[in-house]
Design a protein around this ligand. Structure first.
Ligand SMILES: [Zn+2]
Ligand SMILES: [Zn+2]
Length: 119
């Protein structure tokens, strides 16, 4: 059944043009939060899982109250997270904001292919 469905699916996916509204985030807030975290996830307190090409530890900056929900783009409302903790904030059952399907805002985390500059 699953195997048959796999065989029927086209191997080249159909293309879709996506238009989305994203918040322009303050790069100084991102920089300040990453400095504060100093390479340590501010949720699980593990070190960043890897180093960026430019030598900085890889963490993602998340807003505690989402910008889409009226949260502020400030250092106080932002938290530096490892990728696992960041996904959990958006998709995990432990967080009440999650659980109602894929939050579209998560796409803004991936702005310009860089979650650091996302939500
Ligand atoms: Zn973490
Ligand atoms: Zn986020």
């Amino acid at each position: 059944m699953r195997a048959a469905r796999l065989l029927q699916a086209p191997s080249k996916p159909e293309q879709q043009l996506v238009l989305s509204r994203v918040s322009k985030r303050n790069p100084y807030v991102i920089a300040e939060v990453l400095l504060r975290a100093a390479g340590i996830c501010e949720s699980c307190e593990s070190p960043a899982p890897f180093t960026r090409v430019d030598g900085r530890p890889y963490l993602e900056v998340h807003h505690r109250i989402r910008l889409a929900d009226g949260g502020d783009d400030t250092v106080e409302n932002a938290i530096a997270l490892c990728p696992n903790c960041h996904r959990e904030r958006h998709f995990g059952a432990a967080f009440s904001e999650a659980g109602s399907g894929t939050p579209p805002e998560f796409k803004s985390d991936m702005t310009q292919g860089d979650p650091e500059t996302g939500k």
